[in-house]
Design a protein around this ligand. Sequence first.
Ligand code: F3S
Length: 390
Amino acid sequence: MDLTREEQAILDGESGEGAQKAMELVVALGKIYGAEGLVDITSAHLSGASYKTIGDGGLLYLEDMVKGGAKVKVPSTLNPIGMDRTRWAEMHITEEFAKKQLRIVELYGSMGIKTTCSCTPYTGANVPKLGDHVAWAESSALSFVNSMIGARTNREGGPGALAAAILGKTANYGLHLKENRKPTMVIDAEIGDSLFEHSLLGQAVGMAIGNGIPYYRGIRPGLEEGKTMAAAMAAAGAVAMFHVEGVTPEYKDFDISGLETIHIGKKELEDAHEKLNTVDDVQLISLGCPHLTEKEIHEVAMLLKGKKKRGDTEIWFCTSEAIRSKCADDVRILEEFGPVLADTCMVVAPIEGSFSRTATNSCKAGNYLPTLCSQKVMCKDIAELLKVVY
Ligand code: F3S
């Protein structure tokens, strides 16, 4: 791999131990994937922010990075953490967990990372532009920015994204190279307009295509549909990028003639749906995977307005602090039913200590709740789920 003199000096430890460790990791990844060199990045987004997912080992690693003087060189944001920073008691979180979680956030903050803690930073805190090279972790967010914005990132892990943020560079391979952004399969989608159908479409396509790059025809996703599809495809398969005819910025750049075409319609959505539903009654309903946007919060508020909470099923609404603080009137309506939690989500929170049956309207959460949170799952459209609590 070709390194500049400055990059080699960092590798030799001349910029401190933190930067050296970061360079060792980025160079190792570059060698594995055949990169010829490094490329400058304009931003990073880091996962590995919840104490539940990184544990004491991850906390120690961060302590070491901070001791080694690590600081990020580019604007960087953080994924959801294991709890709402002020309302963790409402999530049945223990004091010990809360203490360690707050320390993790503090350590990231002292490296210069914005501790906004959302999986939708592209709605405000961190918005790349078309053609930007970035290093993003969080499978749904990186697929969104690759696809809907046309920024360029690989499917980074937490440590790789942190290392790239510290260097302001990442290894130049995979989706950083235009030729690797070519679609691998055409999807003729025949679905309705609802958000849930877009999530199921992502689920069906993720299952069908694995880590390929789908090229969709027949849909016109906006922000909300794009984020839910990106999330489902990344969880059901390992899709890091997709194109949509007439919508995404790079769809015209490739020749799709000769690609295999599959049709996804009502039957395929039903099959995808059936696989995710494993229970008929739940203890917790959690909405906001990926984090709820302003529009979604308003739509949920309109569905709940004038209704009364019934039963003892808990309901959580997950979003970012930035969005929560913008929607005071709608948040008041939601709070009649359950907490509007900021900067966390049901998957990275330790819900398995309190619940065993959880409902979601997100196919991504539908995939992860059984494996990462030991939950039986109900996966349905929001309007259906809300009927459980009013
Ligand atoms: Fe975000 Fe958590 Fe879903 S990080 S994409 S809300 S699993």
